[in-house]
Design a protein around this ligand. Structure first.
Ligand code: ADP
Ligand code: ZN
Length: 435
């Protein structure tokens, strides 16, 4: 179901709304946040210089560093007493990024969530279990609000205790699962270990996944494992939370809530705006935020845009699956490698599970990449010849796709550490050695 008429406007109508809201946002940010005033002054720019959507490219970027440097409330346009909610992103190093919400911010966030949840096929007849961790993380409450808005039933289980997750899904006859894709795959294994085949014995038909990337191969595993239609959605704390974009059931990219977010793709090295269809770093300007306005936020996520209307009936611009982060690209002996490429290869090979760990280190001066991969059947580890065969298959495929020869170590099922939130797939020891 298409939730809002705003999802089917023609481009001219969408752009008219965007321009009007952009001008307002720019003036507001300039007036209320010293950081933007300084950025404009440094660039010799005045808010009145922004007269067309094309003028957007004149505006300086905002980065995660800006949030960190202005921790906790320096990016706020209003006194924090006027906020009705706060969230923060995990921030593995240094200060977390803190955001606040007014009632209106929450309202728009919820509206965008309702659109994405509807696009994923969920209706007021569905019951949804939220297996994201509740807390400062925006994922759980974002989906929670949107599901309530469309009238679906929410089971706010939060993350952790995987056996209980399965028991609740079963006992409640839950139809919809909200989680990170890696955790949803892990839950399939847990269910099977409990003697339950999720595709046949559970009623979970919709999966709304996000918070981290996933590949088409992973989607196939999710769809088959659960007997569901898995979709992914995208967003981030600095921009509001999840709700920037989400897939419809045509699987042709994630529809952007364009009346509330302007998307651009830039060359991450030069900052230059790239033509539609080219891959680069996604830059987003939210057009509605009262508490924490953000201009041209550099997401570090790599994607491409497509403004052609979708066969689902929506006309909003779509963004391709995120192929990596501008900053998670690994350089192995001069070769650029995205962890998502490695995952794609691994998931296309029979006999191995969906859990792996990429270890990067230095041997002398040379980079060395080793990948631990779980096999599905531990008996395989007892047969030297089948083990070697499988190892060689993986090595050859990796070489064909990446042009490098990583070491492959097949390990026991369930032996790698599982994550209940975002999976950690890369262990780069080189970084530690540099410090
Ligand atoms: P979230 O609640 O969306 O995880 P965070 O602010 O903690 O918010 O993290 C945002 C980052 O998570 C994004 O910049 C992106 O790298 C990653 N992310 C979120 N959703 C997706 C997705 N569907 N595909 C790939 N990466 C995603
Ligand atoms: Zn569509």
């Amino acid at each position: 179901m298409i939730w809002s008429t705003k999802e089917t406007l023609d481009r001219e109508q969408i752009q008219r709304i965007q321009l009007k809201r952009l001008k307002k946002t720019v003036k507001y940010a300039y007036k209320k946040v010293p950081l933007y005033r300084k950025k404009f002054h440094d660039a010799g720019l005045d808010p009145r210089d922004i007269q067309s959507l094309d003028d957007l490219k004149k505006i300086p970027f905002t980065t995660k560093e800006d949030f960190r440097n202005n921790y906790p409330f320096g990016m706020f346009a209003i006194p924090k007493e006027k906020c009705v909610r706060f969230h923060a992103s995990s921030g593995t190093t240094g200060n977390p990024t803190v955001v606040g919400y007014t009632r209106h911010d929450l309202e728009v966030w919820t509206e965008c969530m309702a659109r994405l949840i509807s696009a994923a096929g969920v209706t007021d007849r569905d019951t949804a279990q939220i297996s994201f961790g509740y807390g400062l993380f925006t994922g759980a409450l974002g989906l929670h609000q949107g599901l309530q808005r469309i009238g679906a039933g929410v089971v706010p289980l939060s993350s952790g205790n995987s056996k209980r997750q399965i028991k609740m899904l079963k006992d409640f006859g839950t139809t919809t699962l909200i989680a990170t894709p890696s955790y949803a795959l892990h839950l399939v294994e847990v269910a099977r270990a409990m003697g339950i085949n999720p595709a046949e014995e559970l009623n979970v038909r919709h999966g709304l996944f996000g918070g981290e990337g996933s590949t088409e191969a992973m989607r196939t595993k999710l769809n088959e494992g659960w007997g569901m239609q898995a979709t992914e959605n995208y967003g981030m704390t600095e921009l509001i939370g999840p709700s920037v974009s989400g897939e419809c059931l045509e699987y042709k990219g994630m529809h952007i809530c364009e009346d509330y977010f302007i998307a651009e793709v830039i060359n991450p090295e030069t900052g230059e705006v790239l033509p539609e269809g080219e891959y680069g770093e996604l830059v987003i300007t939210p057009l509605f935020k009262e508490a924490v306005p953000v201009l041209r936020y550099r997401t570090r996520d790599i994607t491409a845009l497509d403004s052609k209307p979708c066969t689902c009936g929506r006309t909003t611009m779509r963004m391709a699956k995120i192929t990596g982060r501008a900053d998670d690209m690994l350089i192995i002996s001069g070769v650029n490698v995205f962890p998502s490429q490695i995952e794609e290869v691994l998931l296309s090979i029979d006999g191995i599970g969906s859990n792996y760990m990429i270890n990067v280190d230095k041997k002398g001066y040379l980079d060395k990449m080793d990948i631990d991969v779980e096999v599905i059947d531990s008996n395989l580890l007892d047969s030297v010849s089948s083990l070697e065969n499988l190892q060689n298959t993986i090595k050859n495929q990796m070489h064909a796709v990446l042009g490098i020869h990583p070491g492959i170590h097949l390990v026991e099922p369930f032996s790698l550490k599982r994550s209940e939130g975002k999976a950690k797939r890369v262990n780069d020891m080189r970084k530690l050695k540099e410090d």
